[in-house]
Design a protein around this ligand. Structure first.
Ligand SMILES: *[C@@H]1O[C@H](CO)[C@@H](O)[C@H](O)[C@H]1NC(C)=O
Ligand SMILES: *[C@@H]1O[C@H](CO)[C@@H](O)[C@H](O)[C@H]1NC(C)=O
Ligand SMILES: *[C@@H]1O[C@H](CO)[C@@H](O)[C@H](O)[C@H]1NC(C)=O
Ligand SMILES: *[C@@H]1O[C@H](CO)[C@@H](O)[C@H](O)[C@H]1NC(C)=O
Ligand SMILES: *[C@@H]1O[C@H](CO)[C@@H](O)[C@H](O)[C@H]1NC(C)=O
Ligand SMILES: *[C@@H]1O[C@H](CO)[C@@H](O)[C@H](O)[C@H]1NC(C)=O
Ligand SMILES: *[C@@H]1O[C@H](CO)[C@@H](O)[C@H](O)[C@H]1NC(C)=O
Ligand SMILES: *[C@@H]1O[C@H](CO)[C@@H](O)[C@H](O)[C@H]1NC(C)=O
Ligand SMILES: *[C@@H]1O[C@H](CO)[C@@H](O)[C@H](O)[C@H]1NC(C)=O
Length: 396
């Protein structure tokens, strides 16, 4: 397969997915002019690779990351192969997911004239969260790119596109309003908060206040959506934080801190995630109905999806035979060594839920993207991404 080149592989993958509409296989034209991606490691396609102060805990530019990518090389994706942004881009009809904002070789991709050929730009940064301080030096050795900065980077690009000729400004506004914004953020805020209080040696002067913390996250989330809307975006695909307490490392923290639920997951972290979901939902509904005319969204319930996948590991075509506390890359049950070339790597990646101690395998990302794109309403609300991008992009 590798020697035949990426385009061929992509086409095969695209046309073999059962939920894909026939038209996407028959035509080459993607369903949106471009995609703009924001958030964390579930969708980072190589931005962190370019941050000199960030250490390997928050980078994925070394083997065996990328072992199943078409090039079989690490690209900065926190996956064995494609990630969620890649799979969603392919569902939308792009050959590949848009390039990272920070890649110097992709500097031309920032030009407006190149946008439709690159399919957009990816601003996401592994380790980042809604809070500016999430993914800071204590976790990543240096600060990753916060959501505030990611949104700021988009806004300054839009300013340069629209400061050119009037004709280009109109074209840019039209392109942005018809494009898809993808958000995957919040998990790292929940990780850092729950890990902090699980540590018996944490600073006793920091008092825990879950409702205030969650409300702060929602206030920030709403501000980022409003900022992007003000810059012209109208169509938002939002993936909620998943059952963050079920990833292998959090399962270890659950065991070590004696805070485990019936599935072996970290209760505190999952509880926060379960409380946050309805808050994200009402925030988005409120914005679209009351505050931002023409703003449309598709919210993916990653908690429901995770419960479904963990609960139906062998429902064809799935064949997840390995237990969810065991990642493919990493030593032992929780893989808490981290993933690199000197720790064990599994052979059969598609039988694992988790690639490393934090991240799902490509197989799980593919299922998530299929549900976001074509899901029947069980895990996407109020419409799926296919319906979202087909709707008109009118704003008063
Ligand atoms: C990255 O930096 C953090 C904070 O200093 C540290 O805890 C972690 O072990 C480092 N990771 C690596 C792979 O060096
Ligand atoms: C977060 O960072 C942005 C700049 O990226 C800044 O404008 C904002 O004030 C910061 N927020 C806080 C609470 O420090
Ligand atoms: C907590 O606050 C007290 C009183 O302000 C102070 O003496 C102490 O050093 C603080 N502890 C930590 C760990 O910061
Ligand atoms: C789980 O925690 C117990 C102590 O509470 C410890 O003895 C055991 O080794 C832990 N299990 C693993 C796999 O870390
Ligand atoms: C979270 O935990 C609190 C207290 O333990 C409980 O009352 C609440 O029902 C839990 N919420 C969810 C959504 O699980
Ligand atoms: C909805 O938005 C309005 C402002 O437009 C705000 O006052 C209100 O608190 C929001 N309601 C919810 C449930 O978020
Ligand atoms: C599922 O994977 C196991 C190995 O993990 C393999 O032995 C088995 O044949 C697979 N089943 C199907 C139906 O592919
Ligand atoms: C790989 O990870 C192991 C376990 O955390 C660590 O001891 C080792 O230094 C790492 N190797 C490289 C090449 O970074
Ligand atoms: C909707 O999709 C879910 C998940 O794929 C599936 O379990 C369910 O049966 C579907 N419902 C309908 C009405 O098709």
């Amino acid at each position: 397969m590798a020697s035949r080149g990426g385009a061929f592989v992509v086409l095969v993958v695209l046309c073999s997915l059962p939920v894909l509409p026939l038209q996407a296989c028959a035509t080459k034209k993607p369903l949106v002019p471009a995609m703009f991606v924001f958030g964390d490691s579930l969708v980072d396609v190589g931005n962190n690779h370019h941050l000199p102060n960030v250490n390997n805990s928050c980078k994925a530019n070394y083997p065996p990351y990328g072992v199943d990518y078409p090039s079989h090389k690490p690209t900065g994706r926190f996956s064995n192969g494609y990630n969620l942004a890649d799979h969603l881009a392919q569902q939308l009809g792009f050959a590949e997911s848009p390039p990272p904002f920070f890649s110097p070789t992709n500097a031309k991709a920032r030009r407006f004239s190149r946008l439709t050929s690159t399919g957009g730009i990816n601003f996401a940064s592994g380790g980042s969260g809604l809070l500016n301080t999430t993914g800071g030096s204590k976790v990543c050795g240096g600060q990753v790119v916060s959501m505030a900065e990611q949104v700021g980077n988009f806004k300054s690009l839009v300013r340069t596109w629209e400061s050119k000729k009037r004709k280009q400004a109109a074209a840019a506004a039209d392109l942005i309003s018809n494009s898809l914004v993808l958000f995957s953020v919040g998990s790292n805020d929940l990780f850092e908060y729950s890990d902090f209080f699980a540590d018996p040696n944490h600073d006793p002067n920091v008092t825990r206040n879950d409702p205030a913390f969650l409300q702060e996250l929602i206030t920030l989330y709403a501000a980022y959506v409003k900022d992007l809307y003000a810059a012209g975006a109208t169509k938002f695909s939002v993936v909620s934080p998943s059952l963050v307490g079920c990833c292998p490392l959090q399962r270890k923290i659950a065991n070590d801190s004696n805070d485990m639920d019936g599935s072996g997951c970290f209760s505190t972290a999952n509880n926060l995630s379960r409380q946050l979901y309805p808050m994200i939902h009402s925030m988005l509904r409120n914005l679209s109905q009351n505050e931002l005319p023409g703003m449309k969204y598709s919210l993916g319930d990653a908690i429901g999806m995770a419960q479904y996948i963990l609960g139906h590991p062998r429902t064809p075509p799935n064949n997840f035979t390995m237990p969810p506390y065991r990642p493919c890359c990493g030593k032992g049950d929780f893989g808490d060594t981290g993933c690199n070339d000197s720790v064990p790597l599994c052979d059969d990646r598609s039988s694992f839920f988790f690639w490393d101690r934090f991240h799902p395998t490509e197989a799980v990302s593919a299922i998530t993207a299929q549900q976001l794109f074509g899901g029947n309403g069980t895990f996407v609300h109020p419409v799926n991404v296919q319906q979202l991008v087909a709707s008109s992009a009118s704003r008063p």
